[in-house]
Design a protein around this ligand. Sequence first.
Ligand SMILES: NC(=O)c1ccc[n+]([C@@H]2O[C@H](COP(=O)([O-])OP(=O)(O)OC[C@H]3O[C@@H](n4cnc5c(N)ncnc54)[C@H](O)[C@@H]3O)[C@@H](O)[C@H]2O)c1
Ligand SMILES: [Zn+2]
Length: 359
Amino acid sequence: METASAKYDVVAGSGLLQELAPRIERVVKRLPRRIFVVTSQEIWALWHCMQQSFGEAPVVLFLPPGERYKTMASAERLTREMVRAGGDRSSLLIAFGGGIVGDVGGFVAAIFMRGIEYVQVPTTFLAQVDSSVGGKVGVNLPEGKNLVGNFLQPRAVLADIGVLGTLPDRELRAGLMESVKAGIIRDRALVRYMEEHAEEILKREPKALERVIAASIRMKADVVRRDERESGLRMILNFGHTVGHALEQATRYKAMLHGEAVAWGMIAALYVARRRGTITGGQMERLERLIYRYGPLPKLKVSAGRVLAATGSDKKNVGGVRRFVLPGGIGDAGVVEDVTGAEIEAAVKYMLVRARTAG
Ligand SMILES: NC(=O)c1ccc[n+]([C@@H]2O[C@H](COP(=O)([O-])OP(=O)(O)OC[C@H]3O[C@@H](n4cnc5c(N)ncnc54)[C@H](O)[C@@H]3O)[C@@H](O)[C@H]2O)c1
Ligand SMILES: [Zn+2]
């Protein structure tokens, strides 16, 4: 992975957890005196073996699971615990968990003592294919998701496929939605692979998982390399996220997983694309079928009005411009700025109808 600000390895494979310390040492040259692991209790209970390769046990800091702890308050608490445990500017942080741990852990690394180095060791499918790569770190505000944060590239991303063995099925399926997204916006072959190998993927056959993870990471790394700070191309990664984030916000981050919200958001965005003719009816059907294949998607107990209100506060609207990612065929996408409120309303209504009838 190479961006304007950093160059680092993204490794996905088996057995990485057993060799974390030497792998990290290779990139940071010398392991610092204080190493912090930010994780959650449930992940630690399952995978504390990750500390075995360290000579001295790292200091473990816990973040309770759930989007409602992805907050400034959590970040403040963690930084205070780090100070009390002797952290300094040379300390290293390892974010060991899903996307929430990764976003909060990375944010803490970005602000602690004005910034320390960190490594991502993602443990959910979503974190392995998406959130751990690209250096976006941050927390939510009551006003909206990810509204406070920064860009800070990790020194390395080490994704051990073995840890996915304990991931609940629903989490796996939700994470796979980001790979579906990756395929739709930039990788036709990945779309076809996910269509043809859904059974192996959902059964977690290592070869199939590795294929999907590698392709998703490659896509994201390529986009981020060209546009680290989201001034243009990187916006396509937000395909499905305008309405997806609105759904999460309208249901107070409680009713569905991020990937599930993105799945519904992609269906809404496909509808806009279909109406504009940037994709054909046949393509829309095919892509909707692919999304449902990795479902079931949650039912939506929310009104169109609430979802629409939430789209209005999306931070991707620059100066009142409504930015929206539309696919142009399969494996291609672009950003448009002229999507009207009426189009989004029609798309949200379509999505709500599909939530009642499809699946
Ligand atoms: N920074 C980015 O670029 C980016 C991109 C996409 C998403 N995100 C963020 O990622 C977050 C979602 O991440 P997520 O989907 O990984 O959810 P998550 O971090 O909430 O993890 C999901 C659940 O799985 C548990 N878990 C994690 N690993 C496990 C394992 N190996 N075995 C068993 N249980 C395990 C966690 O404790 C948690 O309860 C959202 O906040 C989203 O905004 C960030
Ligand atoms: Zn996402």
